[in-house]
Design a protein around this ligand. Structure first.
Ligand SMILES: *Cc1c(COP(=O)(O)O)cnc(C)c1O
Length: 340
């Protein structure tokens, strides 16, 4: 048995999802003529109370399109130092949009309205033009941490007062909604644009969406074309996303429960130095200084457990749809019996 905790992107489509894909009605989406894509876009826009949505091949492309539609070359984006849009999108903000990034030294990938305020430049020709604030929910490098909705409302206020656009990288937003028992519309009304991944906890093979106003999504359509992201009979993948919205949201609570359980096992282990709070499906932890993290990853691998080493002693497990109860039992036994 292999227990693959490398990421929630490793899931295989379920039989139900494959059946939904097989039965999808499709058309040429470049002509906006794929009925299943149109259904998906309408369904998720309605769910979040936004005017429109656009299907993208990846979360990176959805984020990059958002950055481009909110900015002009030479503008500045404000985000956390751990943000995916800054660290893990190949420098796309600079390459695609000519945008520089002002980084906030946040807490587990999250920051305050005050920290945003401090980074906004005055209207003076010497300074780069502050134009966009990006937040990430849940935070990836921050171990699946969830934002406080009240802090987001304060940041929104700062954005309105300073004419800044507000984008959420919501790759795992549904994990946050389930964990905090919040409603999609509470987020829809705060943000100009939100990106969401179907290929993470929701268990789809591919796909993300960008949500926004009609005007924003019209711009995003042009940018998606520019990025080479126009797709044809893509309803097969939109059908998987619709299936996930209908069947895979509430079950995220199972992943969260598994993560909490294993975080407690790690905390009680003599070889562990620190475990970050496991708010959703990600567990980040550190072994004792005497233990080499690469050796630790390999030792677990030899027992059929795959985890990620993130460097500097930081280790990560991600729980998802393909992790069964039986696997969590086995994992608990492996961790408890581990000799180092
Ligand atoms: C996965 C992820 C994305 C998008 O990644 P793709 O691999 O391009 O789909 C964006 N932001 C965060 C926080 C992510 O975890």
């Amino acid at each position: 048995m292999t227990i693959n905790l490398l990421s929630d992107t490793v899931t295989q489509p379920t039989n139900g999802m494959l059946e939904a894909m097989f039965n999808a009605k499709v058309g040429d989406d470049v002509f906006c003529a794929d009925p299943t894509v149109n259904n998906l876009q309408e369904k998720i826009a309605t769910l979040f109370g936004k005017e429109a949505a656009l299907f993208f091949p990846s979360g990176t492309m959805a984020n990059q399109a958002a950055i481009k539609l909110h900015t002009q070359s030479g503008d500045q984006m404000i985000c956390d130092k751990w943000a995916h849009v800054y660290n893990f999108e190949g420098g796309g903000a600079a390459v695609n949009s000519g945008v520089t990034s002002a980084l906030i030294d946040g807490d587990r990938g999250m920051f305050t309205a005050e920290q945003v305020q401090q980074l906004i430049n005055p209207d003076d020709i010497h300074y780069v033009n502050s134009r966009l604030v990006c937040v990430e929910n849940t935070t990836n490098k921050g171990g699946g941490a969830c934002w406080d909705l009240d802090e987001l409302k304060k940041i929104k206020q700062v954005c309105v007062e300073n004419k800044l656009a507000f984008h959420m990288d919501g790759a795992r937003l549904f994990n946050a909604l389930v964990a905090k028992n919040e409603q999609p519309k509470e987020y829809g009304e705060l943000f100009d644009t939100i990106s969401i991944c179907f290929s993470k906890g929701l268990g789809c093979p591919v796909g993300s969406v960008l949500l926004g106003s009609k005007e924003a999504i019209k711009k995003a359509l042009r940018i998606r074309k520019l990025f080479g992201g126009g797709m044809r009979q893509i309803g097969y993948l939109a059908a998987a996303a619709i299936y996930a919205l209908d069947n895979h949201i509430e079950r995220l609570a199972v992943d969260h429960k598994n993560a909490t359980r294993i975080a407690a096992v790690l905390k009680a282990s003599s070889y562990i130095k620190k475990v970050e709070p496991a708010e959703t499906n990600i567990v980040i932890f550190y072994t004792n200084d005497a233990i080499d993290d690469v050796d630790f990853v390999n030792k677990l691998k030899s027992k059929g457990v795959l985890i990620t080493g993130m460097g500097q002693g930081k280790l990560r497990m991600v729980f998802h749809l393909d992790i069964t109860n039986q696997m969590v039992d086995v994992l608990e036994n492996v961790l408890s019996a581990l000799e180092l």
